[in-house]
Design a protein around this ligand. Structure first.
Ligand SMILES: *Cc1c(COP(=O)(O)O)cnc(C)c1O
Length: 402
């Protein structure tokens, strides 16, 4: 068997493994250290009652002859698709058709799988720092060339940093695909409507596709920040949008997401909607009935109220971190419309050196920016996914050592 050499030679998933290793070693040597984890990118608040009740009812139904269901529709139940269209798009003045929404088990799988739509030599651009899935999934398919000194030779990096206000520059050479994620993981920053329009216009002019990851849209607290790329005119002709219940409603362990592929999206005479449907119907058998019932409960009035309370809790944590560090003169970014705070390391420390300092002197675990790409060096990510008490304590400890 000839192995996929691109997959076999992929650099090890170094970031979180390396963090776990350093934390484990330190904890073994210092068993009394009370470590506070502000590094996780996973929600911590439980599922809301409206969701739990819907799952219970659906489970009971599945145990009755009349309520039992086998395979569901390939692309999701119509009642969930309609709730998504009404709740997430119509309210924003965007019309999406029911056959343009594809329910899935996660935005990570969708964002990783959809590169199967691209030709083997398609040129890819990502913002830098970046959610690693976009890069690694294309590397596995052999599109990115060689990995040399922390960079892929065929990947276009769009650096985002304090100097450009975390607004990515346009690619300086032709690319076929641009991945954008807003609100951003890891930087927690957003793009305004005008800033996003620049990318939509560029993609339309250059016959490029934008893959828009809106996993954190529920954290947007300002009506002027777009929640969907389709709020920008022309975006239906150039963008796919991936959304998830993971961060919106705490579904990281429950698994439900959706991707929008508009009918207007046509490249080389081929409808992406048609071929994505073909791909999904071949390789994916849908999300469980119980889970889709859980997801639709998010759109009920109680579901909305309860999930927004959880989001507000994380937003308060983010505020505590952001304002606490800023008051001490640290340069902080993001954390307003996102659960992530991206901080400049003090005195331009290397991000891994700062990681070690925080771990050993403050007993706080965060994430070194360098792990998200070359432009992450000199930055550090803290997350709002902890209790308010722990978040306050972590900020106090960080301030004490700086
Ligand atoms: C958490 C996250 C997702 C969500 O992934 P799921 O598979 O739906 O849990 C997608 N994109 C980004 C950037 C994320 O951080």
């Amino acid at each position: 068997m000839k192995i996929n050499a691109c997959l076999a030679s992929l650099p090890a998933g170094y970031l979180f493994a390396e963090i776990a290793k350093r934390v484990k070693e330190y904890a073994a040597e210092n068993p009394n250290a009370d470590l506070l984890r502000l590094g996780i990118g996973d929600v911590t608040r439980p599922l809301v009652p409206a969701v739990v009740e819907a799952m219970k009812q659906a489970a009971v139904e599945m145990g009755t002859p009349s309520g039992f269901r086998g395979y569901g529709p390939d692309f999701g139940y119509r009642w969930l698709i309609d709730a998504i269209i009404d709740g997430d798009y119509r309210t924003r003045g965007v019309e999406i058709g029911p056959d343009e929404v594809f329910i899935s088990d996660g935005a990570k799988s969708d964002v990783g799988n959809l590169q199967e739509l691209f030709g083997p030599d398609a040129a890819i651009a990502v913002t830098d720092p970046v959610y690693p899935v976009y890069v690694d999934s294309n590397a596995m398919a052999g599109r990115l060339g060689e990995y040399v000194n922390g960079r892929w030779t065929r990947l276009t990096y769009l650096p985002c940093n304090a100097e450009n206000g975390f607004v990515p520059p346009l690619p300086d050479k032709p690319v076929d695909v641009i991945y954008l994620c807003y609100p951003n993981n890891p930087t927690g920053t957003v793009l305004t409507r005008d800033q996003l329009k620049v990318f939509v216009d560029w993609a339309l002019d250059n016959d490029a596709l934008i893959v828009y990851d809106a996993a954190y849209k529920a954290f947007i607290s300002d009506g002027d920040i777009p929640r969907s790329i389709y709020e920008i005119p022309g975006a239906k002709k150039c963008a796919m949008e991936c959304c998830s219940f993971s961060k919106t409603a705490g579904f990281t362990g429950t698994r439900c997401a959706y991707t929008v592929v508009p009918k207007e999206l046509v490249f080389g005479g081929v409808s992406l909607n048609r071929v994505w449907g073909r791909r999904q119907a071949t390789k994916f058998n849908g999300v469980s009935y119980v889970t889709q019932r859980a997801a639709v409960a998010v759109y009920t009035p109680e579901g909305q109220k309860q999930t927004m309370e959880n989001i507000a809790y994380y937003q308060e944590n983010a505020r505590v971190i952001r304002e606490g560090l800023a008051a001490a003169g640290i340069r902080v970014f993001g954390g307003v419309h996102a659960p992530y705070i991206w901080m400049k390391t003090p005195a331009d420390m290397k991000s891994w050196d700062f990681f070690d300092l925080l771990l050993k002197k403050a007993h706080v675990v965060g994430t070194p920016g360098e792990g998200f790409g070359p432009s992450g060096e000199g930055y550090f990510r803290l997350t709002a996914f902890n209790t308010l008490e722990n978040t306050r304590e972590a900020v106090d400890r960080i301030l004490r050592i700086l």
